[in-house]
Design a protein around this ligand. Structure first.
Ligand code: ARG
Length: 470
């Protein structure tokens, strides 16, 4: 049986059944029940503070709201679709439970400022939760960096072999990338945007009642100031877009990482092994071991991009003031949150299960002339201008290829000196040159800030380990 809506007096007939289920949001905004109750308790305290309700009414309202929250927590609550959304459902239940005082809760308030308030509180909590999940994923990377430290592997630019790195450095690269996400989620922009309290803005124009938004402010950490414009505050969803954008960035980072590990898991690379429990096989090809979870992390990034564009597109056509289109905001942001949150959890589990396969990486290190840049830099330390050194090493690599050698360390010192001689330089190399050759030697020699080996890597690892209390 449908319950009568708070606004029914104006409308001559009951809402059409199809229209009812078309317009409802209770099926998904019930997720805001704690936030709605919380905001209502703050509003009731403020109403009491300005004398619009008595202390006895306040305590009836607060107790009633808490009893509703307890029943929802316990699964003993029926959400009536005919009441459209969480705001009407809770208000209706309150009036049924406590009678007359319940009818005073909506004083000076509209669902428009109510939903904006609830959603801001939810967004604030969501940003805090995501930030913790990102930190968990970073911790998985740091732990993997520690157990992979000392494994030397190639790095790639253009997917071509570039310079050798310590495997730990690549794990820290992801850690640093996700640190940007974590900081973004905590950043001032979101807090500042959320800083304006919508309560008191009413439906659009404010209220003639003597509400005291400042009083609510003292009570809530999510908000830092009262609304600057009641019209704007009830019309905007910019804080939802801020969160969506941040989630989009995180998804993109997750997708890049997933792509990298999908490549590393191929037979051609075989650089990384993830646990069997995070793979699937094929219904037809018995040998298959597929990284489906990684592929879904990569694929679901597309959904999150879509969610960002869905909300941007909904907002672009809206005149200022509340429009029902705005109700779609929650469906979109909840969906994106659930996607990103589950991808983060899945990613951390996969990283915790994974190991670099040293036996497969090691034999390949002598391919691709990973130490060519190191040799050029060695020549610089002998007084040769870098551009000339680059030229000399380039011709040495070509020389190796012509003479059937696959690594620079196979070149005799005499041939290094022959290559230098053509440039009329007063430089003569001896056996010391071999100390800058070979992937393992190269990795030890890095010195610049953030470098993928040597002392900078030791320092970075120590810093991140400290965060983990390792
Ligand atoms: N369920 C609505 C939403 O999520 C609440 C606001 C409804 N306001 C209104 N004037 N119909 O946006």
């Amino acid at each position: 049986m449908a319950t009568e809506k708070s606004w029914q007096a104006r409308i001559s007939e009951a809402t059409d059944k199809l229209a009812q289920s078309f317009v409802e949001s209770i099926s998904y905004d019930r997720r805001l029940y704690k936030h709605d109750i919380d905001a209502s308790v703050s509003h009731a305290w403020m109403l009491c503070g300005v004398g619009l309700i008595t202390k006895a009414e306040l305590s009836a309202i607060v107790d009633g709201l808490h009893s509703i929250g307890d029943d929802i927590d316990a699964g003993n609550f029926v959400f009536d679709e005919s009441l459209e959304d969480i705001h009407m459902v809770i208000e209706d239940a309150l009036i049924k439970r406590i009678g007359e005082p319940g009818k005073k809760l909506h004083t000076g308030r509209s669902r428009n400022d109510q939903v904006a308030t609830d959603f801001c509180i939810w967004i604030y909590d969501a940003a805090c939760d995501l930030q913790k999940q990102v930190a968990d994923l970073q911790n998985a990377f740091i732990t993997m960096a520690v157990r992979s430290h000392g494994i030397v592997m190639p790095s790639y630019t253009h997917m071509q072999r570039a310079q050798p790195i310590d495997a730990a450095a690549e794990m820290l690269a992801w850690t640093v990338m996700f640190e940007g996400d974590r900081k973004r989620l905590l950043q001032r922009q979101l807090k500042e945007r959320m800083g304006q309290l919508p309560l008191g803005s009413g439906a659009i124009a404010g209220t003639s009642l003597p509400l005291d938004a400042g009083n609510v402010l003292c009570d809530r950490e999510e908000f830092m100031e009262v609304a600057q414009s009641s019209i704007e505050r009830t019309a905007t969803r910019d804080e939802a877009l801020d969160l969506l954008w941040m989630m989009t960035m995180t998804s993109m980072h997750l997708s890049r990482w997933a792509e990298q590990w999908i490549i590393y898991s191929t037979t051609e690379f075989s650089f990384i092994k993830i646990a069997d429990k995070y793979t699937t096989s094929s219904s037809m090809m018995p040998q298959k071991r597929n990284p489906d979870m990684l592929e879904l992390i990569r694929g679901r990034c597309g959904n999150v991009y879509g969610d960002l564009f869905a909300l941007l597109t909904i907002l672009k056509g809206l005149p200022i003031g509340y429009n029902r289109d705005l109700q779609e905001d929650k469906r979109i942001v909840f969906r994106a949150y659930d996607t990103v949150s589950s991808c983060l959890t899945m990613a951390a589990a996969i990283v915790n299960s994974a190991n670099f396969v040293k036996e497969n990486i090691e034999p390949t290190l002598d391919r691709g002339f990973l130490d060519a840049t190191s040799l050029a830099e060695y020549l610089v330390t002998k007084g040769i201008p870098f551009r000339t050194a680059h030229h000399i090493v380039g011709s040495l690599v070509a020389h190796c290829e012509k003479t059937g050698r696959h690594a620079l360390k196979q070149v005799p010192v005499q041939e290094f000196n022959d290559a230098i001689a053509g440039h009329k330089l007063d430089v003569k190399l001896d056996d010391d040159v071999y100390n800058c050759l070979g992937a393992h030697n190269v990795v030890k020699r890095y010195q610049s800030a953030g470098a993928a080996g040597g002392k900078p890597l030791e320092e970075a690892l120590a810093k991140w380990k400290e965060r983990l209390g390792m």
